[in-house]
Ligand binder design. Sequence first.
Ligand code: GUN
Length: 301
Amino acid sequence: MGAQIIDGKARAARIRENVAEAVARLGTGHGLTPGLAVVLVGEDPASQVYVRNKARQTVEVGMRSFEHRLPAETDEAELLDLVARLNADPAVHGILVQLPLPPHIDATRVIDAINPDKDVDGFHVVNAGRLMVGLDGMVPCTPLGCLVLIRDVMSDISGAEAVVVGRSNIVGKPMGQLLLRENATVTIAHSRTRDLPDVCRRADILVAAVGRPEMIRSDWIKPGAVVIDVGINRVPAPERGAGKSRLVGDVAFAEAAEVAGAITPVPGGVGPMTIACLLANTVTAACRLHGLPVPPDLLSS
Ligand code: GUN
């Protein structure tokens, strides 16, 4: 195995330390405690785990956590009403509505009801636009976390060939914009891309965000490339016993690590970075809402 294994767990812990220090300074200097509201509709088990982790980590860094758990039958008007109250609440600086929402609720309408300056997920169309035109806004947490990891292992992203596999609004498209902002040459590939392995082989930076277990093989990877695996796929693991499962990424990790220069594992790579960046975004939102300078070191190593 030749590649450097990128430790996202340790990097996320470092970001949480930066955030905790910034939160302490905001408290003593300005009497300000950033607050994050997380809204969960229904009982999706994976979402419940995410929401619990977000709330725990929010409190651990010294911020206030507001959890709103609503039944699956909640109608859209009730949810929009809650979002309006959170928009108006001065103790709430970040609002996150956990996705997926039940099918009878229009997620786009709900996200676009959030005050863009409190949209710590960076999913609001205004924040997507700000990212595209180069204005300060809220940047989606998972691609932001990926960029932090890429910067750690690459001294110069400028001019690099970057291939992002996956074109979702949450990961693929904002990831492409962030890499473009760093002066990479960006290709966003997807399920209709012709000769996908060939396209991937061009990449100095390969970001996989397709949700297909171990789809990206070692012969798709340019020797020495930085490989960032956003996939979290649960697959059967009969070798661990009947009915057992394990998590794998979108990249066939063991063989890819023989070829790549640096690679994120699953779990322990990109996953922990998402919540860490969410906490950093909440501090950013609180500072901007109060007209205070955003601490420059929230994401530093
Ligand atoms: N569901 C899975 N990941 C996310 C995320 O980053 N934000 C929200 N709001 N929902 C999610």
